[in-house]
Design a protein around this ligand. Sequence first.
Ligand SMILES: Nc1ncnc2c1ncn2[C@@H]1O[C@H](COP(=O)(O)OP(=O)(O)OP(=O)(O)O)[C@@H](O)[C@H]1O
Ligand SMILES: [Mg+2]
Length: 341
Amino acid sequence: MADIAIDLGTANTLIHVKGKGLVFDEATAIAYDETTNSVIAIGDAAADMIGRTPPSIRVVRPLSTGVVSDFGAARNFLQLAIRQVVRYNRFSPLRVVVGVPSRISGAEFKTFQDALDSSRIAKVYAVQEPVAAAIGADLNFSMPRGCLIIDVGAGTTDLAMLSLGRVVDSRSLRIGAEALSSAFANYLKNTRRINIGDKTAEEFLQTYGQALITDKIPGKILGVDMKLGLPVEFEIEAEEVHTAIKEPISLIVAELRRILDSVPPDLAADILREGIHLTGGGSLLRGLPELLHEQTGLTCHHVDDPLKAVVLGCGRILEDMDAFKFVLESMPDEIKSSGAI
Ligand SMILES: Nc1ncnc2c1ncn2[C@@H]1O[C@H](COP(=O)(O)OP(=O)(O)OP(=O)(O)O)[C@@H](O)[C@H]1O
Ligand SMILES: [Mg+2]
């Protein structure tokens, strides 16, 4: 049976097919032709159109802050993405392992599930994303030893304390790399009267964003001067970029402090020894490990493949469901594996 594992993220969707490995790694986006109401592209091809479409084309990003925000678009996107990687066989419905934010509600999970809905899906198994990331990154958390993992995605930041293969405590913030891009764009609008596109803000921060300033090189950016109504290129100092994004970053630091504050002392000692594991694309923001170290005194390091750890973990679970049964069973009841819809 060609079962699949999916990391359906706010920015990126990755799919692992049993026995084949990672076969899909594209943006979570879908483009419609409004005149014919048909899908013209999904994935990276659709995301490339964002901010550059004529009125007849609409690009939708079906997820927001880690959960489905446009149900129809999410469903179309998933059906087309899955169709690209596995062949339809109505006698052999798929089992799907899907990564979900650690604090997803039952209703939000139901929307995930319904978006995956098709006669081809026999069963949907949910795994909390930090747990999947820990498995994908080969972190040893099945022992009675604390392991703290932070997944900074595009729409959410998940913080989870793991031990004995389970989540001891977790927190989820609806803040990720996209919140930094919005904060940066708003800052430029309010202080310099310059408008920049979402994609420009995102790409600029990937190069020039810093959680802790170690490099003072200014960055160049293109936008539209709101007073002149003309496109302009301008320079912005590293300190100013930092000022623009420091608030959402401080919320992540505050949440980390909260989870550390509530950790039982023995687990805290493990974290002191092992440090904090960072995953997710947003964790690649320059200076983030250094800032978290400065704020907590703990060492922080990236897992091996921060953008793929969740899907790698979901894939491992899929390849050996028996060995990882304890992970699937530890999900809250309303989110536990579900039969065909
Ligand atoms: N070097 C970098 N510096 C800062 N941000 C980065 C960097 N590389 C990638 N990102 C950001 O990481 C995000 C994508 O990360 P990821 O794929 O983990 O998110 P996601 O899984 O789609 O989102 P979520 O888990 O929140 O639903 C994008 O918003 C991207 O801008
Ligand atoms: Mg993610």
